[in-house]
Design a protein around this ligand. Structure first.
Ligand code: GLU
Length: 371
């Protein structure tokens, strides 16, 4: 077994099949078991975000429909999700409330996670929720998302959330034990693969097109999720949601399900990402600010003399020294228009000048690569 570094941030995804325990209703007992483990993880100091499916299943339960969604027209599925999402959240809130854990609902679409500006917004909101010790419970905004703008399955959604949060581990709880050498329902000799170091064609082929019960995911969406997560430097585990202590064992590094190992470090991955993008402008920084950046600090407006070019919040911007040399590159929290109004000013004046403030810095140290 590989030594597992301590988990700081964990994303837990629970699929519909886990929440319903294979029935057509939400299984309260299962939800309670999951909540108890999340509470324990939080007590160990782990920051946890929960991606919960089950909105449509909850809607079906609420409206007393027994049938599956397969044949329903899209607006009716969306109606089920709209009815079910509040029901699902009410249950989670009640269950976590027993442990004095406050929850926040975050409904996302693909655009929230791909458009730069909205990506920053989603990330800052999620971080603020975690910083306040609140448990974010995330789902896709099914009621209003159509085919073109939806992620479509919560395996991929939870992978995007893992990357947005720079989490160390994504734990996908499902009704399967993990990835097998063959389909265990058809082949008795199938064995569980404990660890995957590289997702190659053989692994993709094993995932096939398997699909389970009421949810929309299968092994193939889990492999897609694993590719997203491991390429960004985090690990992912697929495990049986009904297994006692599965969450606590996963964060403790004990063997559960199938663990997909990261292929790069998080720092390398972020660096590669930032350096691979074209910059749309530059901040010209004074010597003090350049020194601060080199010692790992954020770029504050007070250290910026001029703003060059046109860019929006969330775009990639170069940082140049007084001689015009590029010394760093990162994601800006303010547009060029706003930045030029606050350049040279102290951070506590941002609100007064702009009428709002996204953050005290122009580029956060986490979003910055020093060259
Ligand atoms: N967002 C869907 C729901 O809550 C689930 C998607 C999935 O199962 O992957 O019902």
């Amino acid at each position: 077994m590989t030594a597992t570094p301590a988990i700081e941030t964990l994303v837990v995804k629970v699929g519909t099949s886990t929440l319903t325990a294979g029935t057509s209703h939400l299984n309260r007992r299962r939800m309670l078991e999951i909540a108890q483990q999340i509470v324990c993880a939080r007590e160990q100091g782990v920051r946890v975000a929960l991606v919960s499916s089950g909105a449509m299943a909850a809607g079906r339960e609420r409206l007393g429909l027994e049938k599956r969604n397969g044949r329903l027209p899209l607006p009716e599925k969306q109606m089920l999700a709209a009815v079910g999402q509040t029901h699902l959240m009410a249950l989670w809130e009640q269950i976590f409330g027993m442990f004095d854990v406050r929850v926040a609902q975050v409904l996302l679409t693909r655009a929230d996670l791909s458009d730069r500006r909205r990506y920053l917004n989603a990330r800052d909101t999620l971080r603020a929720i975690l910083d306040h010790d609140i448990l974010p419970i995330i789902n896709e905004n099914d009621a209003v998302t159509t085919e073109e703008i939806r992620v479509g399955d919560n395996d991929n959604l939870s992978a995007l959330v893992t990357n947005v949060l720079d989490a160390d581990l994504l734990l996908i709880l499902s009704d399967i034990d993990g990835l097998f050498t063959a389909d265990p329902r058809k082949d008795k000799r199938a064995t569980l693969i404990g660890e995957v170091r590289e997702i190659d064609d053989r692994i993709r082929a094993l995932a096939g097109g398997s699909k389970t019960g009421l949810g929309v995911g299968g092994m193939s969406t889990k492999i897609q999720a694993a590719e997203l997560v491991t390429r960004a430097g985090a690990s992912m585990i697929v495990a049986q949601g009904a297994r006692p202590n599965v969450i606590l064992d996963a964060i403790g590094g004990r063997p559960v399900g199938t663990r997909f190992l990261p292929v790069v470090t998080q720092i390398e991955s972020r660096k590669r990402w930032i350096l691979s993008e074209r910059t749309s402008g530059a901040f010209v920084a004074d010597d003090g600010a350049v020194r601060a950046l080199k010692s790992g600090k954020s770029l504050l407006p007070v250290g910026v003399k001029t703003v060059v070019g046109e860019f929006e919040r969330g775009e990639f911007v170069a940082v140049r020294d007084a001689q015009g040399r590029e010394v760093a590159r990162g994601i800006t929290r303010y547009s060029a228009r706003d930045a030029s109004r606050i350049a040279g000013k102290r951070s506590d004046q941002i609100e007064k000048i702009l009428g709002y403030n996204y953050a005290p810095m122009l580029i956060h140290a986490d979003d910055l690569v020093v060259l």
